[in-house]
Ligand binder design. Structure first.
Ligand SMILES: *Cc1c(COP(=O)(O)O)cnc(C)c1O
Length: 881
């Protein structure tokens, strides 16, 4: 620990901030701090040790520099002859991590001392994005670090860019989990995130010859300064095997004799709250071989075979499944899900049992939230533990279960609903399958009691889907095992009640609630749009709006203030220039900042209708070509940006990317029109590129077929940054329209009430009827080959009475909305006003509001504010609460 000693001695002479008053004020805390060393060490030694550790790292410039240099020399073992910017990033990150460890340790001790109820957020994905800027910002150390690093010859902003973007998620679902952690920490809720530490995150998207090519994302290549490997937090996870029955005291007992054991090891990423000392943890599991070595094969000389089995264990958490809103049904995925659940529950139970108490108190101390059905095996696993290991009756165990879990549904798309074949599940988790059958039997008897003779209800609510292959419906399991089920935007939650989970709703109506999604304003406004944040600081005379986004509403008057609007649009223009630079670097395309930036970035999916967007661009291009120069004034010059990954096995999504790039190739090189229209495909859309793309939008598109996008969250990010939405009456667009006003958003297309009928009509009518004339002209142009010759498959996906996402129907209304956008863009002041209204009225979509709702309506937890360490420590925090 020479580094630690050096820090101590280097800072001994300075005014140090002491931990003593924080801990000393509280006798319990002293107990917790008692070290567990061998009896040979005297109390005096302990005192000496703890005395040396009592001080927090000082945050003056000189000390920060010393801390950084210390890491350069001793953590990275660098010499001055072999030192690059990336090493500076690493050293700076380590120095920030040190501070996070201080606040993290204090936070955990305080939660333990208070014995508060904790919430556990289980998610198979956490798309957290880069950490350094977020941590520096949340700790309030931006100015101190900027200066400290500058004097060492680096720019903090450049260091931010050295960080690899940990991409352990596909899209909205994983990003939501990450925003929730930021809000949970910021609002001082005693919370833990639990997920999987994939060695390979979502693939890197390359565009070659206009097509998506996937490259592996080995994000750990250069190490990860943000994680803390916990070699002492490891749990066995079992698979396969059989169930043996024993009789004890006249009762049958079941015991799972597993066939294979691996180990899950914990890696913690500290998550700092904004302007608070509280720092919570994202605990990610990695699979490693169990310590047992197969000595039989060893003795037989098959040393390599034995090692091979160990390698296989590592494989479980090696790669994130790259499907968004659809699932693969592969055994390895089920193993990942069970590993997450099994290790997490062992961890939760260990923490619960630190205090001796009755199991019936579990729901008073623990809330578990299931982010979609992926972690829903947790319901079965907890039942198994309570019944088989703790010896509880099924009824008592069920009582506890059904007060502990909450389930968030994220989609109504049938292809996304998880269903595991009975054989697959039964072979991997034989005892869990038995429990499913038992739970189902009890549940269906309750259904029969409530709806006697209703065969439909029985088959709709059963955990088991009958058919050639029997399947377990994980959504049904999640619903009956949870005390609350929520959708993620009002329209979505309504659809759950009237459509997808109608029968469940009739069975238990009070279970079903709505909690509209939100995004973290720290990352999605304050960090990614620092200039706009600064304007708001100035105008409000405080930065407290970051914690209370509704304060922005008090800026309504600025709409009548031309100068303010000009300042606002100046910021927008600067953000456009920043994106232009990015595009020059990664796409080799020149873009004009005076064009309207029209952006659609999200996973590529038929339901999200990037296809309709590119079809309209072709339409607009043909129209431009047909219009003599004098008449072209009515077209506001536009740059249309696309970004997003297609699942590697999703053919039509990949075809859409190909068409976009083919159109870009033609349109961008047409000297006759390219002042009016350019198309750019932004490769490898991820959190860090989103932070550059989103603040630059004039228009962003959220144009899913009504009833298909559960909420959407990028719509919220765009609005916060003063972008206007072109969207359908779907997901959170509806609530955004309510907040910002219908005058400040462009809504078009079929409403959800019409969709069913329109699809029926489409199926039964001629393609020349359900696809209107202007769109046929576009289809003909594509068929003629001006964009190459391989787009037939894609066109066939709507022209054969199979236009299930209603591109043909909505296209006309979409084109009409586009005209209105062109008209408004001519009037710069009117445009600025609308854009401004969007940003200052976006308060509802802060994930802080969302998390307060979860805490109140589902988790029943209260904030626990860790005391500030000492009085003189407070210069780290601008806002006092
Ligand atoms: C917010 C976000 C998403 C979700 O976008 P939607 O438009 O809501 O589907 C996906 N990917 C990234 C990188 C994001 O930041």
């Amino acid at each position: 620990m020479s580094g630690l000693q050096k820090q101590m001695s280097a800072s001994d002479s300075k005014t140090l901030m002491s931990r003593k008053s924080f801990c000393g004020s509280n006798s319990n805390m002293n107990q917790l701090f008692r070290p567990e060393f061998g009896s040979t060490q005297s109390l005096a030694n302990h005192e000496r040790l703890w005395h040396l550790m009592q001080n927090y790292l000082p945050s003056d410039k000189k000390s920060i520099q010393e801390q950084i240099v210390n890491h350069v020399e001793f953590s990275l073992a660098r010499t001055r002859f072999d030192f690059h910017q990336v090493h500076c990033y690493q050293a700076v990150s380590h120095s920030i991590r040190d501070r996070l460890i201080e606040s993290f340790n204090d936070t955990q001790l305080y939660f333990h001392e208070q014995d508060c109820k904790r919430v556990y957020y289980l998610s198979i994905e956490f798309l957290i994005g880069r950490c350094l800027q977020n941590a520096v910002g949340n700790l309030g150390l931006q100015d101190a670090y900027t200066e400290a690093v500058q004097e060492l010859g680096y720019k903090l902003e450049d260091l931010y860019d050295e960080e690899v973007d940990p991409a352990l998620g596909n899209g909205g679902l994983g990003r939501l989990a990450a925003c929730f952690l930021d809000s949970l920490a910021t609002l001082n809720y005693p919370a833990f995130g639990y997920g999987i530490r994939y060695s390979y995150g979502i693939f890197k998207q390359l565009i070659q010859n206009g097509q998506q090519v996937e490259a592996p994302d080995y994000w750990l290549e250069k190490g990860n300064p943000w994680e803390i490997e916990r070699l002492d937090v490891q749990y066995p996870v079992k698979f396969y095997g059989r169930v043996v029955k024993r009789h004890e005291n006249g009762q049958e007992k079941s015991l799972w004799e597993a066939g294979e054991t691996i180990v899950a090891r914990a890696y913690d990423t500290p998550i700092p709250g904004y302007m608070t000392f509280n720092t919570i943890s994202l605990r990610l599991w990695r699979s490693v071989p169990a310590n047992e070595f197969d000595f039989t094969s060893f003795n037989e000389g098959d040393y390599f075979k034995s090692l091979e089995a160990r390698e296989k264990a590592e494989y479980i958490t090696s790669v994130l499944y790259p499907n968004d809103s659809s699932y693969a049904g592969k055994e390895l995925r089920l193993k990942q899900e069970y590993l997450l659940v099994s290790a997490t529950l062992q961890d939760i139970i260990r923490r619960f049992k630190k205090v001796r108490r009755d199991w019936s108190l579990l729901p008073e101390k623990v809330a578990i939230q299931l982010n979609d059905t992926h972690p829903s095996l947790a319901i079965l696993e907890l039942l198994r533990i309570l019944i088989d290991i703790e010896g509880m009756t099924h009824a008592n165990a069920w009582e506890i279960i059904s007060k502990t879990f909450g389930y968030t549904n994220h989609t109504v798309l049938p292809e996304a609903l998880e269903k595991w074949g009975v054989d697959l599940l039964g072979s991997l988790l034989p005892r869990h399958l038995e429990i499913i059958y038992y739970v189902n039997m009890i549940f269906l008897s309750k259904v029969s009691a409530k709806f006697p003779g209703d065969a439909h209800k029985l088959s709709a609510l059963s955990l088991i889907e009958e058919g050639p292959v029997k399947k377990i419906r994980m959504a049904n399991l999640s619903i009956i095992g949870s005390h609350m089920v929520n959708g993620v935007a009002r329209i979505h939650s309504d659809l759950l009640k009237t459509d997808l989970f109608k029968d469940h709703y009739e069975m238990r109506p009070k279970k079903f609630i709505n909690i509209t999604n939100g995004v973290a304003p720290r990352r999605w406004l304050r960090s990614c749009n620092q200039q706009l944040a600064q304007l708001y600081d100035e105008w409000l005379g405080t930065d407290e709006w970051v914690l209370n986004m509704d304060m922005l509403k008090t800026l309504e008057d600025k709409c009548e203030d031309q100068l303010a609007l000009i300042q606002f649009m100046k910021v927008k223009r600067n953000n456009k220039l920043r994106l232009i630079k990015w595009v020059r670097q990664y796409c080799n395309v020149e873009v004009n900042a005076d064009t309207l930036f029209d952006i659609q970035v999200k996973r590529i999916h038929e339901y999200k209708r990037q296809f309709m967007n590119i079809l309209y661009i072709i339409y607009r291009y043909l129209l431009l070509k047909d219009t003599p120069t004098e008449g072209r004034k009515k077209f506001a010059p536009r740059t249309v940006f696309f970004g997003g990954k297609a699942a590697p096995g999703y053919l039509n999504a990949k075809r859409i990317i190909k068409l976009i790039n083919a159109v870009a190739e033609v349109v961008n090189h047409d000297l006759d029109t390219n002042h009016y229209l350019k198309v750019v495909f932004l490769p490898n859309y991820n959190v860090s590129s989103a932070e550059i793309i989103i603040p630059a939008s004039d228009i962003s598109q959220h144009i899913s077929t009504a009833g298909t996008e559960a909420s959407g969250t990028s719509n919220m990010k765009f609005v916060m940054n003063g972008g206007i939405i072109l969207g359908t009456w779907d997901g959170a667009n509806i609530e955004i329209a309510e907040e910002v006003g219908l005058d400040n958003i462009f809504i078009f297309g079929a409403r959800v009430e019409e969709v069913g009928k329109l699809i029926d009509n489409m199926k039964n009518s001629d393609p020349y009827q359900y696809i209107q004339k202007p769109l046929w002209n576009v289809i003909q142009a594509i068929r003629s080959g001006i964009f190459g010759h391989d787009h037939h498959g894609l066109l066939d996906s709507i022209t054969n009475r199979n236009d299930f996402y209603l591109v043909g129907h909505d296209f006309y209304h979409y084109a009409q909305a586009q005209i209105k956008i062109d008209q408004l863009y001519q009037d710069k002041i009117q445009w600025a006003k609308k854009a401004f209204y969007n940003s200052i009225r976006s308060g509802k979509f802060s994930s802080d509001r969302t998390i307060h709702e979860y805490a109140e309506k589902i988790w029943n937890i209260k904030p626990i504010v860790v005391p500030q360490p000492t009085a003189n420590k407070q210069d780290r925090f601008k806002i006092q609460k």
